[in-house]
Design a binder for this molecule. Sequence first.
Ligand code: ZN
Length: 245
Amino acid sequence: MRYGIFSDVHSNLEALEAVLAFFRKERIQSFICLGDLVGYGPNPNECVQKILNLKKIQITAGNHDYASVGLKELTWFNDLASRSIIWTKRHLKEENRNFLMRLPRLIDVSDFTLCHGSPRDPSDEYLLTPRQYLDNLEFFRNPVCFIGHTHLPAIFYADSLGMIQHRPLVDGETIQLDPQGKTIVNVGSVGQPRDGDVRAACLVYDSEKYEIKIGRCPYDIAAVQEKMRQYSLPLFLIERLSYGR
Ligand code: ZN
């Protein structure tokens, strides 16, 4: 099966459309979304609807999704994130709010695990270090776990000598996973990349070949920024799309 995996769309419709066009070329058969469909960007309803319309999709909840429907306190967020969540809360249609409320925190499929942050703390932990990778191993039983949340595409695994390896995932690179190992793969962010590459990030997972490939998709950043300005969303959130930080 060829899976198209993506995360952290953050209400960025143009970036989402670019990723879905890339997935069409990649002959994707099934989709996975790892949460934070909304928050930050100008098109929460359109993004939720577009993701819902994908056939064969599995979706886990992100911290922004829960906060935008009142399932998480705003005290967890910095001031700019809180302002965008309050805006999102006001604009979300009821049907989309109801949908986000029902999203699970973690999904265990037969041979992989899915969540937004980490298996240990599915909607909140920012998994960034080898130490955190080690601490999370006991919380998933599959050979691979796909996550998002940090907006940084990366892979964590133990090599043949048992050393923990952690590195960013580079555009176009194909990586063979170890079916006997335990790998954590961060698929990056569609709608607000923070690794210095402004293009939307996503991942193709071929479960037969046991291979992953990161994809980076250019999109019309200026169009998104213009909408954010019209809605008076915070300037920093508008500008960071130009830097990918
Ligand atoms: Zn996010």
